[in-house]
Design a protein around this ligand. Structure first.
Ligand SMILES: Cc1cc2nc3c(=O)[nH]c(=O)nc-3n(C[C@H](O)[C@H](O)[C@H](O)COP(=O)(O)OP(=O)(O)OC[C@H]3O[C@@H](n4cnc5c(N)ncnc54)[C@H](O)[C@@H]3O)c2cc1C
Length: 417
């Protein structure tokens, strides 16, 4: 196998031929006033422009895939390069220095959630059908888990799956589904047996969005964009071959997905290059506003810098620990630290900017932070709220007593709702 250093050099040469070096990298420092000043957490774009961002991300992924850089640590049988996560990280570090587009959350969901979950739970036929297409972004898939009555308590979900010969008929409503409006498929958890206790009686399916009965309605967020949707399923018929895992394995599939999601922290998640701005941008802002000598701002900046360093080191520790396999509950620590960092950054820039945050005067690098401040709270909820991450850390990492779960063994159909 090619060693990481040689691979990194080859990758660098390929990137130089296929993408532009970022201005800040070329100049070896963050340059205030140059290039894009976007620090948004979610895209804040009209639908056609956001679709174009997704398309550009897909094209870049295809280009990488065809050159052997799109699925570096995946086995060759799925179109991957059969190398190690260390090779993939080396490529990601090089790639981060190039302008490769804004990326999009749904591409991250496809690559880092849906594809690994299908690898873990799919049949050989399903892996052969889906994985090469997902990894090349020939198809994009989103996560259809949450419902109006099931978020933190995901096991309360009630989307019905009724067997009809070799087919299943699905009815229900999913909500907050990131990128559903740009996806061709969704991975859904459904309830096939309401008579069983809530964590049992669930089954997972891949749903093609061109199936009759699927309706996708985008939801507008307070940041102004509409990155997620609600998805209505009305009598959607699926062949049994789209069932992921055994009948009754839905909770296991959900936990695998959430493990990957909580282990992720925006880095490499199809948007890692742009999620919410960097420390250098905050420092640049403080200098521009001449607030970097003010004692209170200095204190806040120092606390933010410390948080960012701890996040970085903790990330390295998590990488070292989880060299292979499905991430465990420790992923919740990185996740919580990352979302707290976004909030801390939002608070620091709000204090620095004051009224400039409220009105767009055209001044570079100022009002742009509005999109960070209104977007950051979304990640405190997505993938399990901060309170839920704390519960997981308390119960499953620290071994503290479990929360009382009074409905754990009650048949789902008998739980009051
Ligand atoms: C940006 C974004 C993207 C998302 N993307 C997707 C997606 O792609 N697919 C998908 O299926 N879903 C997605 N979601 C939905 C997300 O998973 C849910 O919003 C989340 O799990 C919380 O559920 P809820 O909104 O129903 O809130 P609730 O569960 O009703 O929680 C309300 C409040 O109660 C608190 N709470 C609830 N239970 C407890 C408890 N046991 N202990 C302490 N506090 C508790 C919560 O922390 C929260 O503050 C997304 C959400 C966001 C914001």
């Amino acid at each position: 196998m090619i060693d990481v250093d040689t691979f990194r050099r080859q990758a660098r040469a390929w990137l130089e031929q296929n993408a532009e070096l970022k201005t800040s990298v070329a100049k070896r420092s963050f340059a205030w006033g140059e290039g894009s000043d976007t620090v948004s957490v979610f895209h804040v774009l009209p639908r056609e422009e956001e679709a174009a961002v997704v398309e550009r991300g897909r094209e870049w992924q295809r280009k990488k895939f065809d050159a052997g850089y799109g699925a570096i640590a995946w086995p060759a049988e799925f179109g991957g390069s059969g190398l190690t996560p260390a090779h993939a990280r080396a490529f990601a570090r090089e790639e981060a220095q190039f302008d490769t587009g804004d990326g999009h959350e749904v591409l991250g969901v496809t690559m880092t959630l849906i594809a690994p979950v299908l690898r873990a739970h799919g049949t050989d036929e399903q892996k052969a059908e889906f994985l090469p297409k997902l990894l090349r972004n020939d198809i994009i898939a989103c996560q259809l888990f949450s419902e109006p009555g099931a978020g933190s308590d995901l096991a309360a979900l009630g989307t019905k799956a009724v067997r009809d010969g070799d087919e299943w008929v699905l009815d229900g409503q999913k909500v907050w589904n990131s990128g559903a409006q740009f996806s061709e498929w969704g991975l859904a958890i459904t309830r096939h047996d309401p008579g069983q206790a809530k964590h049992r009686g669930m089954t997972a399916f891949m749903i093609p969005f061109d199936a009759p009965g699927v309706e996708i309605r985008p939801i507008r967020q307070m940041s102004g964009g509409a990155s997620f949707s609600e998805v209505f399923l009305s009598g959607v018929r699926l062949p049994d071959s789209y069932r992921i895992g055994d009948v009754g394995d839905g909770w296991r599939v959900a936990l695998t997905t959430l493990g990957f999601e909580r282990g992720g922290d925006g880095e490499g998640a199809g948007g890692g290059q742009r999620v919410g701005g960097s420390w250098e941008q905050v420092l640049g802002l403080a200098r521009y506003l001449e607030r970097n000598t003010d004692p209170r701002s200095r204190q806040e900046l120092a606390a933010l810098f410390t948080h960012q360093r701890l996040l970085h080191w903790n990330r390295l520790r998590a990488i070292a620990k989880a060299r292979a396999g499905t991430p465990g509950p420790e992923g919740s620590i990185s996740r919580l630290q990352w979302t707290q960092g976004l909030t801390r950054m939002a608070n620091v820039v709000s204090n620095l900017l004051g009224a400039r945050l409220m009105a767009d005067s055209g001044e570079w690098g100022t009002y742009a932070w509005n999109e960070h401040v209104t977007g950051a709270p979304g990640y405190r909820i997505a993938g399990g709220s901060e309170e839920i991450q704390r519960n997981i850390i308390g119960e499953r990492v620290l071994g503290l007593p479990l929360e009382p779960r009074v409905d754990k063994d009650v048949p789902w159909s008998q739980i009051p709702r």
